[in-house]
Design a binder for this molecule. Structure first.
Ligand code: ATP
Length: 201
């Protein structure tokens, strides 16, 4: 099987995430996409997040009806920052006969050299990159250079073509706070849940 691994904070999940996941599924012929909410993202240590359980509930509403999309709570009980390399290592042990593809937006890709053990991440998974507004995709040569990878390193890298969607969770949270519309930016059920629980206000 080919398994897509989609890590994120998902606070909350929005249409940009869902379009990325679906385009990766189709273009990289993934059998399954695992949405893996981070318990404690290393780059968001200063930020107060919505509790993990609620972010999972929101994801469940958004993914409902798509059998290829699943939530994996592997990072839930991890103590300390949720490092991608640890997640991919565990997934490799769990799925020894499957191929993993790690899905990422071009903004996060720019930060990859600063992540924990980036080279190991690229050994464990193919990289599927989707362009995000204002962040042109780094070409494979630039990625090699920034990570100090030799030409013999078997970099598996694919750019997934998709419409640019300039939606971010930060913008969704701000709109909720200001009482503005988020209709058509998040699934209807997500909008209703957030309003009902009075999140982000
Ligand atoms: P925040 O605004 O709170 O920083 P976010 O919208 O960037 O959140 P994350 O959950 O942090 O969402 O992102 C998870 C992954 O999804 C990252 O790889 C990110 O690059 C990608 N991503 C998020 N939104 C988009 C989008 N609109 N287009 C393409 N990729 C996206």
């Amino acid at each position: 099987m080919r398994i897509g691994v989609f890590g994120g904070t998902f606070d909350p999940v929005h249409l940009g995430h869902l379009i990325l996941a679906e385009q990766c599924r189709e273009q990289a012929q993934l059998d399954r996409v695992l949405f893996m909410p981070a318990a404690s993202p290393p780059h968001k240590q200063e930020q107060t997040l919505t509790p993990f359980a609620q972010r999972v509930e929101i994801l469940a509403l958004a993914l409902s009806g798509n059998p290829a999309f699943q939530i994996d709570e592997l990072e839930k009980d991890r103590v300390g920052p949720s490092f991608t390399v640890d997640t991919l290592t565990l997934l490799t042990q769990r799925h020894p006969n499957d191929n993993l593809a790690f899905m990422i937006g071009s903004d996060s890709l720019r930060d990859l050299p600063a992540w924990y053990q980036p080279k190991r991440i690229l050994e464990l998974a193919e990289l599927l990159v989707m362009e995000r507004s204002e962040w042109p995709c780094a070409c494979p040569d630039a990625l090699r250079a920034s990570l100090g990878l030799g030409t013999d390193f078997p970099l598996r890298y694919r750019i997934v073509e998709a419409p640019l969607v300039a939606i971010s969770s930060r913008d969704i949270r701000r709109r909720f706070k200001e009482g503005r519309s988020v209709r058509y930016m998040v699934p209807r059920a997500v909008e209703a849940y957030v309003a009902d629980k009075r999140l982000y206000i």
